[in-house]
Design a protein around this ligand. Structure first.
Ligand code: AVJ
Length: 331
């Protein structure tokens, strides 16, 4: 059994711990010495941060994950019929839960190769092991890497390709960065290929702000956790409790912004960077942007990367959308 499983699994490692640490050190140096100070949201997700995010997805206020999965459940059959994928690439699959809706909907799962790209080697190996157990017929070519740096390592398509990019992760990227990421994704598609992209939809401010200010305070702890990640990686002495969680919707930019605000003056030592920073009372560290989209702004974003919208699938309250896109024919 295990041998059979191994024969259908290939795992390529492109991002080791040393490279990750070097990247983090440089990002933290740049972010914390700039004004406004900032930290990139990709560093939320150490083991504790991933567990906190998992708890966020179960909060009553945080509708994104639940609604995305409900939409996917509803449209998986139609997407499978339209695309008839042979090769499914997923960026940031986490537990590899969502792809199961598509594997259940395709005609011949035994002809499908699945290519998950994720940063955490152990998490990815575990998720893929469980998937192979439940879908004994598929092939898996897992790529351990950062999809901002290692998309070039994704193997060429074995047949018609479907790229999955769920969870509104695209919303973490500012317009220039998401344009270049989407253009790279377009380059992965090959002939007849499609992208299925999850985007959170612009809506009432109160609903958006509640999703990032939950009553149980899980999002506050998730936000503070980035300081624990930095402390551990760089031997720093941030005091996470000395910062308050501040998340609000900036309408003119269509984005939630998350910040950590010092509640008293702070002196922070980061010996591995040879750096000491001082924050005044009330000074913030910007930890995340989470952009929200309309159908129109999604079309514009796709067009900027040479992609055309083929379908816009949403729930009846239009809270979250899955977008099917293909390379634009003429540019
Ligand atoms: C995983 C990036 C989609 O932006 O909603 C949840 C992360 N931040 N609560 C989001 C997050 C605060 C989440 N994404």
């Amino acid at each position: 059994m295990e041998l059979d499983k191994a024969a259908r699994l290939r795992l390529d490692v492109h991002a080791d711990d040393a490279a990750f640490l070097a990247m983090l050190a440089e990002d933290v140096r740049q972010g914390l010495t700039a004004h406004p100070r900032s930290l990139p949201p990709k560093y939320f997700y150490d083991h504790a941060g991933s567990l906190l995010f998992e708890r966020i997805t179960q909060l009553p206020e945080y509708y994104l994950t639940r609604v995305e999965e409900a939409v996917l459940r509803d449209v998986a059959g139609e997407v499978a019929r339209r695309v008839r994928p042979r090769d499914i690439v997923e960026l940031g699959p986490g537990s590899c839960r969502k792809v199961r809706w598509l594997l259940d909907a395709v005609d011949h799962p035994g002809d499908v190769r699945y290519v998950p790209v994720d940063v955490g080697r152990d998490g990815l190996a575990g998720a893929v092991g469980a998937l192979l157990h439940d879908y004994p017929a598929i092939d898996v070519h897992a790529v351990v890497g950062d999809f901002e740096h290692h998309l070039g390592r994704v193997p060429p398509p074995t047949g018609r390709r479907l790229v999955l990019f769920f969870g509104s992760t695209i919303g973490n990227f500012d317009p220039p960065a998401r344009q270049s990421l989407l253009a790279q994704i377009r380059g992965l598609l090959g002939s007849g290929g499609r992208l299925l992209l999850g985007v959170d939809v612009v809506k009432d401010r109160d609903v958006l702000e509640a999703a990032y200010n939950d009553a149980a305070g899980v999002t506050r702890e998730f936000n503070r956790n980035i300081l624990r990640v930095v402390n551990r990686a760089l031997d720093g002495d941030f005091r996470p409790e000395a910062y308050r969680h501040h998340a609000f919707y900036r309408v003119e930019r269509s984005r939630i912004e998350m910040h950590l605000i010092a509640t008293a003056p702070q002196r922070v030592r980061l010996p591995r960077l040879g750096l000491v920073i001082e924050l005044a009372e009330g000074e913030g560290i910007w930890t995340e942007s989470s952009y929200k989209f309309t159908r129109e702004s999604t079309e514009t974003m796709l067009a900027g990367a040479g992609l055309a919208m083929e379908a816009w699938y949403t729930d009846d309250q239009r809270r979250f959308a899955l977008v099917l896109a293909q390379p634009a024919t003429s540019r």
